[in-house]
Ligand binder design. Structure first.
Ligand SMILES: [Zn+2]
Length: 503
C-alpha cells in the first residue's frame, strides 16, 4: 500500500494505524480494519499487537519494516522478550506475526502480572508540541505507555489522555489529537524513581533483538550479584539487608504502588529472584534490583552481556584437587581438628575457620570429609533424649563468644535474633526450641539489637567516618551515609542525633 504511513521513532504500530485512519478520512472502525487487515475481527492492541506480518506487507520490502523489526521497534515486546527463555521468545514472535488471540499476553505473563498496566494512554505535552512542529501531527510513543516509567526524561511527568488502553470498542484505533491530549496541560516534575526506571527502559527498548538467556543463567547471575555485593549470609540471602537496600533506594510508597514492597513471606518476589529461577520475572522486578544493588554507572546492555556469560545449564562443578606439602597438610589438619572439636563442623566452617575448611577441601579432601563425618553434630530434633540443660549452656557460651567477637564491628548488619541464629551451626533448631533453652532466650532478650539501636550504630559509624576525614557533621549527610531518612528515624535515634551528636 503506497500511502500507508511509515512509523516515527518509537511510535506504536497502533498509532501508525490510527494516523492512517486520519490520513484517509476513514470514520468507521470496521472499514479501517477491512482496509488494513482485510479482517473485521482484529482487536486494536496497544502493547503487543498481532498480525504484524500483514502490517509489514503494506510497506515496500525493506529491513526497517520487516515484521521482526516492527515488533522490536514499534511495540512493547522488548520489555518482556529478554526475560523469558528463548523458546518462549520465539513462540511469542510467531504469535505476534500471525493471529495471537491473547496468547502473547498469556505467554509473557502480562495478563497475570502483579504490575498493572496504565489505564489510559498517556502522553508528554511538550513532546507532542515538538512532534507537531517537526512532523505536522501527533503520535503515540511507546515509551509513554509503560508501567513504572511515569515520565519523559526531557520534560517531566506524563499525563493521562482521555483514551482508555482497553476501551469498550476494542476494534477502534484512536489517534493522539488535541481532542484526546491537552498540550497546555501543566506537567509535574518527575520522581527520582521514575527517572531511573525510565532511563533503563529507554535502553531496554533500544536493544537489538537478542537471544534470551536461560533461566539458569539468570539464576547464576543473581547468585553472583548477591555474593559480589556481600548480601549473603553463608550460602543464603541476607534478606534483611537486601530488603533494606531495596526500600532505601525506591521508598516504601513507590514499591507499594507497584506491588513490589518486599514482604517476609517465603514466596516474596525479592526472595525468589535470588533463588533458582523457575519462572520469568518482570522487567520492573529486575530493574528495581539492579538499581538498588548496582547504584549508578551501568547500562542495561552491560547486564545482558554479563548474564550471557553465565553457564547455560546447571552442571555440578567439581573442584580439582591441588598438590600440597605434608607440612602444610599437618598445619591445616591441626587447626581444623581443634576448631571442629571445640565448635562442631558447621560452626567452624561458617564462622572464623572457613579458610581452613576451604584449604583442606582443595588440598586434602578425603581426610577432611572423614574427620567431618566423625564430628557430625547429632540431629537435635531426632534425638528424644537430648539434654537440653547441657545444650543450653553450651549454646549460650557460643552466643556470648559471637557477641564478644562482633562487638567492635560497627558496620555489621543488625544483630537480631535471626542474625545470631544464622551464626550457630544449629540455628533453626534453636529457634524452634527456645522454650527448652532458657539461657539462650535470656541472651536474645538482653542482647539482640532493636531497630533504634541499629540506627544509632549506623549513625555512629557515619559520624566516625566523617570525623576521621575532618568533615563538618551535617544531619542530612549523616542520615544519607547511614541509609536513613527523617521519616524512618526512630525517636531514640533522633534524640541521639540531637542531644549526643548535636545535629
Ligand atoms: Zn517530553
Amino acid at each position: 500500500m503506497f500511502n500507508f504511513p511509515l512509523p516515527y521513532r518509537d511510535e506504536l504500530l497502533y498509532s501508525v494505524i490510527a494516523r492512517y485512519r486520519v490520513h484517509q478520512g476513514i470514520v468507521s472502525p470496521k472499514e479501517l480494519l477491512d482496509d488494513v487487515y482485510n479482517d473485521r475481527k482484529i482487536v486494536a492492541t496497544v502493547d503487543l499487537p498481532s498480525h504484524v506480518n500483514k502490517v509489514s506487507s503494506l510497506y515496500p520490502q525493506r529491513e526497517a519494516s520487516s515484521p521482526v523489526e516492527l515488533i522490536y521497534s514499534h511495540t512493547l515486546f522488548p520489555l518482556y522478550a529478554p526475560f523469558v527463555d528463548e523458546k518462549r521468545r520465539k513462540r511469542c514472535i510467531n504469535f505476534m506475526l500471525k493471529q495471537a488471540k491473547g496468547s502473547t499476553h498469556l505467554a509473557l505473563g502480562v495478563a497475570a502480572s502483579r504490575i498493572k498496566q496504565p489505564r489510559w494512554l498517556r502522553y508528554c505535552p511538550a513532546c507532542l508540541i515538538e512532534q507537531q512542529n517537526t512532523f505536522g501531527e501527533y503520535y503515540w510513543s511507546r515509551n509513554w505507555q509503560i508501567s513504572g516509567a511515569e515520565s519523559c526524561l526531557l520534560h517531566g511527568a506524563l499525563i493521562d489522555s482521555n483514551i482508555l488502553r482497553h476501551p469498550d470498542h476494542k476494534h477502534e484505533y484512536t489517534p493522539a489529537t488535541h481532542h484526546s491530549c491537552q498540550t497546555d496541560a501543566k506537567q509535574q516534575p518527575s520522581s527520582i524513581q521514575s527517572e531511573l526506571i525510565t532511563q533503563s527502559l529507554d535502553e531496554l527498548l533500544q536493544l537489538k533483538p537478542l537471544h534470551s538467556p536461560t533461566l539458569e543463567q539468570w539464576s547464576y547471575f543473581y547468585r553472583t550479584l548477591l555474593f559480589e555485593h556481600g548480601l549473603n549470609r553463608g550460602k543464603h540471602i541476607d534478606y534483611s539487608r537486601l530488603k533494606e537496600k531495596i526500600i532505601s533506594s525506591f521508598g516504601r510508597k513507590w514499591l507499594r504502588k507497584y506491588d513490589l514492597y518486599p514482604e517476609d513471606s517465603e514466596i516474596c518476589w525479592l526472595k525468589t529472584i535470588f533463588r533458582k529461577h523457575r519462572k520469568a520475572f518482570s522487567y520492573l522486578e529486575h530493574l528495581v534490583v539492579w538499581h538498588s544493588i548496582l547504584g549508578s554507572g551501568w547500562q542495561v546492555a552491560d547486564i545482558f552481556k554479563q548474564v550471557s556469560l553465565q553457564p547455560k545449564e546447571n552442571k555440578a562443578s567439581v573442584t580439582p584437587l591441588l598438590d600440597a606439602t605434608e607440612k602444610d597438610k599437618t598445619k591445616y589438619r591441626d587447626l581444623w581438628l581443634v576448631a571442629v572439636v571445640k565448635n562442631g563442623v558447621n560452626y567452624a566452617r561458617n564462622y572464623k575457620f572457613g579458610y581452613v575448611y576451604a584449604w583442606l577441601y582443595r588440598h586434602d579432601r578425603d581426610w577432611l570429609l572423614q574427620v567431618n563425618n566423625q564430628h557430625k553434630v547429632p540431629n537435635i530434633t531426632k534425638n528424644q533424649r537430648i539434654d537440653w540443660h547441657k545444650r543450653d549452656r553450651h549454646l549460650v557460651k557460643l552466643l556470648c563468644r559471637i557477641k564478644n567477637d562482633i562487638e567492635l564491628q560497627l558496620d555489621d548488619p543488625r544483630h537480631s535474633m535471626n542474625w545470631y541464629l544464622s551464626k550457630l551451626y544449629c540455628g533453626s533448631t534453636v529457634g524452634k526450641h527456645l522454650n527448652d533453652l532458657p539461657l539462650c532466650k535470656l541472651f536474645f532478650m538482653k542482647f539482640c539489637e532493636n531497630i533504634a539501636e541499629y540506627q544509632i550504630r549506623r549513625i555512629t559509624c557515619a559520624v566516625i567516618a566523617q570525623s576521621l576525614s575532618n568533615n563538618t557533621l551535617r544531619r542530612w549527610q549523616i542520615l544519607r551515609m547511614s541509609g536513613l531518612s527523617d521519616q524512618r528515624l526512630t525517636p531514640l535515634a533522633d534524640t541521639f542525633l540531637l542531644r549526643i551528636i548535636g545535629i
